[in-house]
Every structure is written in structure tokens, then in C-alpha cells.
Design a protein around this ligand. Structure first.
Ligand code: HEM
Length: 344
């Protein structure tokens, strides 16, 4: 799973050294100072402007889909430069979002994760049957559209590296020039890692604060946004990231969304190093697979009282000890060496 073009990427590197070498190649493209540079921040704001326009033009809209179009456009423009998608504007490109975020693909990922052997068996039978009848499988067709897009975009970047120097693919070209497949493998992982997580996080948060019992959150947020009124671009209805970044209530609303419904809530696995380790007094033998999950950490009532309640106010507490406990248990992006590359 998550190995593309026959190359391992940062996420799928197993060994510590291999992982850290791979991650260092791209880490600078995801620091806060980099993503708030005009070349990135303006691009994000521009896509947000297109999304806002759609929302204004069409009062009844499938928010899930449109937020995922926004996510794929911003991420692929960062990763592949001018080869980034324009799904918000170009209907023909939206198949890529279906490939990635459509319900069939997502169910398949879920089953592959939890019932790998069963899924492989079923798929081999299906492939065999289709092979005899000379038909490609549905999944193969969907998967290959994304694969094709990723590889062709990287090849385009490699032909004109100077123009795309700011993108992730451009950066990778400057350090590992003769290997488009390896560059494409890393970039595809950023696309896959970034789109559903970002789209889902925005979608569930929008739904939550749109329900009548959370009207007060919207009102408070609106008042806070008025404090940067002068920074809003009246044509697009958007403000620069640097202005929005200073708003504490907005930050609390987002953090609470990520806590309450973490986009990656499930167990994240690690292998215990040779020799084993002592964890909380228990000896874990080397080679043991261990895991931790945001879902449980975010529901410890001593840290997050009434944990199932969406309550942005909890992040505004004046109790410094409580706040630092909450921050220590806030795990939507995991932590340590394997922490999310895109979390800034
Ligand atoms: C709300 C949005 C996001 C959430 C909740 C999220 C969550 C996570 C989590 C939990 C992990 C750790 C997996 C593990 O420890 O095994 C991770 C890793 C990763 N994420 Fe994200 N992510 C988000 C957005 C993004 C974006 C926008 C990108 C890049 C474009 C990205 C790229 C990555 C990469 C490359 C890794 C692998 C890092 C490594 O293995 O060292 N993520 N993400």
C-alpha cells in the first residue's frame, strides 16, 4: 500500500536512516516560512477565491466534492507547479478526485488495510476473470488515471526545471535529477496524503459549525474575522494566510475540529527496534509492531473533559497546565520523526 511507481517514498520507508534521508529531500518545501511565502500563499488564496465564487453562485452544492477539488488543486499546484490540477474550474479533471476520494476507492483502501489477504484473493480472482474476457478492471482504470497524471506531471517538470523550481517536484529534480519515477513516487504520496485529509477535515468542520446548536461559533468567528476586515479582498472574499494566521478563535475552531474528528483517527504502526524497549514499565521485544491512535488520545476525559463534545472554547483556557496537557495529547498529525510533513 502507498508504494507508487515501484519506489518507496518517505511514508513507506521502513528503516530510520532511509526515512530520514528521504524526508530531508522535501522537508524545506513544507516549513511554515515556505508555505507562507507569496509564491505559495497567493496560489492557495487564489484557489480559495475560486471556491468562494462557486459557493456564492450555487447555494446548493455538494460541499464534500468541492472541498476536495479545492484540496487537490492547492496541493498539486504546490507539488507539480504549473502541472497542478484545476478541478475547481475544469470539469474534465474531476475524475482524478473520484479516483482518490470516491466512495469505491475509499472502501477498497479500508478493506485492504484491515483484510489485506482477503482483498488480494478477491482481486486476483477478479483480475483473472477479466483477463480471460480481455477487460480491464474498474480499479485498474481509475488507478491508472492518477498514476498517469503523476508521472506525466513530473516528466513535464523535469523538462523545464527552472520554471518549476519552487514546487516539490522541482526541488526533488534538483537533488535526484535522473530518476523521474522516484520523484513521481514521492510526489504521488504527498497528493494522496494531503487531499483526503485536508478535504475531510474542512468538510466535517463546516458541517459541525453549520448546525443550529453551533450558530454561536459561527457568530464569534464572524466577529473575529471582522477584525481583519481591511485585509479581505472584496472580489474573492478571501484574506491572506498571514492575516488569518493571527486569529486565535479561528485557530481554536480548527484545532477542535481536528481533535473531535481527526481525519486519521486509526492506529499508526511502528516497529520496535532490535533489542526491544521499555514502555511504561513493560518490555516490548524488538520487532514487535506497536501502535497508537489519535481517536483514543483525543478522548481521554481527564485531558479533554466531555471529549465527544465539539467545544473550541477548551483551547482558549487560561489554565496553562491544562493547555499544555491538551497540546501534548493532540495527535492529528502524529509526532516525532514520522510526523505529518504537511501539518504546517
Ligand atoms: C488535515 C490535514 C492532514 C492530516 C490530519 C494529516 C495527518 C497525517 C498523519 C497522522 C501522518 C502520520 C502517519 C504516521 O505516523 O504513520 C501524516 C504523514 C504524512 N503526511 Fe499528512 N496530514 C494532513 C495533510 C497533509 C498534507 C497537506 C500533506 C502534503 C502535501 C501531507 C503529507 C504527509 C506526508 C508526506 C506524510 C509522511 C511523513 C513521514 O512518514 O515522515 N499531509 N499525515
Amino acid at each position: 500500500m502507498f508504494v507508487y511507481y515501484d519506489h518507496r517514498n518517505t511514508f513507506t520507508s521502513v528503516h530510520k536512516q532511509e526515512h530520514s534521508t528521504q524526508k530531508k529531500l522535501v522537508a524545506d518545501r513544507y516549513t511554515k516560512s515556505y508555505v507562507t511565502k507569496p509564491i505559495v500563499a497567493d496560489m492557495i488564496q487564489q484557489h480559495a477565491g475560486v471556491l468562494m465564487k462557486k459557493f456564492q453562485q450555487q447555494p446548493n452544492i455538494d460541499v464534500y466534492k468541492w472541498l476536495h477539488y479545492y484540496a487537490i488543486d492547492t496541493i498539486t499546484n504546490h507539488v507539480y507547479g504549473a502541472y497542478g490540477t484545476r478541478t475547481l474550474e475544469d470539469e474534465a479533471q474531476r475524475d482524478l478526485v473520484y479516483d482518490l476520494s470516491g466512495v469505491k476507492h475509499r472502501s477498497r483502501l479500508y478493506f485492504t488495510f484491515y483484510f489485506k489477504d482477503l482483498v488480494l484473493l478477491a482481486e486476483n480472482i477478479k483480475h483473472f476473470y477479466r483477463w480471460i474476457r480481455n477487460q480491464p478492471t474498474g480499479f485498474h482504470v481509475r488507478g491508472s488515471r492518477l498514476n498517469k497524471y503523476g508521472l506525466e506531471s513530473v516528466k513535464g517538470v523535469c523538462k523545464d526545471p527552472d520554471i518549476h523550481a519552487d514546487s516539490t517536484a522541482g526541488k526533488l529534480y534538483s537533488v535526484i535529477p535522473g530518476n523521474p519515477n522516484r520523484i513521481a513516487a514521492e510526489c504521488m504520496d504527498h497528493l494522496v496524503a494531503g487531499v483526503d485529509t485536508t478535504g475531510d477535515a474542512m468538510c466535517i468542520l463546516m458541517w459541525r459549525i453549520s448546525t443550529p446548536e453551533y450558530r454561536h461559533v459561527q457568530e464569534k468567528l464572524f466577529l473575529e474575522l471582522l477584525s481583519v476586515d481591511g485585509e479581505f479582498d472584496p472580489r474573492s472574499g478571501t484574506a491572506p494566510i498571514t492575516a488569518l494566521d493571527k486569529l486565535p478563535y479561528l485557530e481554536a475552531v480548527i484545532m477542535e475540529g481536528l481533535r473531535w474528528r481527526a481525519p486519521v483517527p486509526m492506529s499508526l504502526f511502528r516497529m520496535c527496534p532490535p533489542g526491544g524497549r521499555i514502555v511504561e514499565g513493560h518490555h516490548i521485544p524488538g520487532g514487535t509492531t506497536v501502535s497508537c491512535q489519535a481517536y483514543s488520545l483525543h478522548r481521554i476525559p481527564q485531558v479533554f473533559p466531555d471529549p465527544d463534545k465539539y467545544d473550541p472554547e477548551r483551547w482558549l483556557t487560561q489554565d496553562k497546565d491544562q493547555l499544555s496537557e491538551m497540546k501534548a495529547h493532540f495527535w492529528p498529525f502524529s509526532s516525532g520523526a514520522r510526523t505529518c510533513l504537511g501539518h504546517k
